[in-house]
Design a protein around this ligand. Structure first.
Ligand SMILES: Cc1cc2nc3c(=O)[nH]c(=O)nc-3n(C[C@H](O)[C@H](O)[C@H](O)COP(=O)(O)O)c2cc1C
Length: 204
């Protein structure tokens, strides 16, 4: 059966570095036989969570926007590649708005104690790019994404973190990052055994 991969690009700019790495990773996944779908979050209308807590009784989000469509895809995919720029030590606002809306999954699971009807062996990986010399911000990405993938019932299998890359498109002059993204995308499909721990790749 063909493995479905969803690539989610959250960078708000055109020719974003995280976006370019995501496209490489999707190409790698496709080269390994997966079917790939690419979505740019800034093309969608996704409001932030309003903390109305209605999902604590319904298990679903009552804000009507593109979230419902995207949520359907997120729950139906076998693999997710989530790409984000690093903004103020964390994911960008577009990514965080989507992540916060997943409170309805959390409520479904932990408040209403219901099971999700999702496929087995769902896996996710993160691509994050920052401009600074520091690598401290990768830790906050790890924590946020772990919590998000738990809510989505996906195994967090890999990170590709790149720092010291600022200008749009600059990542194209970083052949090892582009190569690594392709390879990780490929491995997301070809490696059948789940890794014991999340694979962490940090490139400068
Ligand atoms: C609002 C804003 C906040 C940023 N904060 C950080 C930061 O905390 N750490 C960092 O390393 N880079 C930071 N950057 C730089 C971006 O992470 C960097 O330009 C990156 O290449 C953007 O990825 P993209 O091209 O995929 O959007 C920031 C940029 C912006 C616009």
């Amino acid at each position: 059966m063909t493995i479905k991969v969803l690539g989610l690009s959250t960078s708000p700019r055109a020719n974003g570095n995280s976006d370019l790495l995501l496209r490489q990773a999707l190409a790698g996944a496709q080269s390994a036989g997966a079917s790939a779908e690419y979505i740019k979050l800034s093309d969608l209308n996704i409001a932030p969570c309003s903390e109305c807590n209605s999902c604590y009784t319904t298990g679903t989000c009552r804000i009507e926007d593109d979230y419902q469509m995207l949520s359907g895809k997120l729950l139906n995919t076998d693999r997710l590649i989530f790409a984000t720029p690093i903004f103020f030590m964390s994911v960008c606002a577009q990514a965080k708005a989507l992540i916060d809306r997943s409170q309805c999954y959390w409520a479904h699971k932990y408040v209403l104690k219901k099971q999700f009807d999702v496929k087995q062996d769902r896996r996710a990986m993160v691509i994050a790019v920052g401009g600074s010399k520091s690598t401290k911000m990768f830790e906050s990405i790890r924590l946020t994404m772990k919590s998000y993938f738990d809510a989505l019932e996906m195994q967090y299998v890999a990170n590709l973190f790149v720092n010291k890359v600022s200008d749009a498109g600059q990542i194209q002059k970083h052949p090892s990052a582009m190569k690594e993204a392709f390879r990780l995308g490929e491995e997301l499909i070809t490696i059948s055994a789940l890794p014991e721990k999340t694979l962490d790749i940090e490139l400068t």
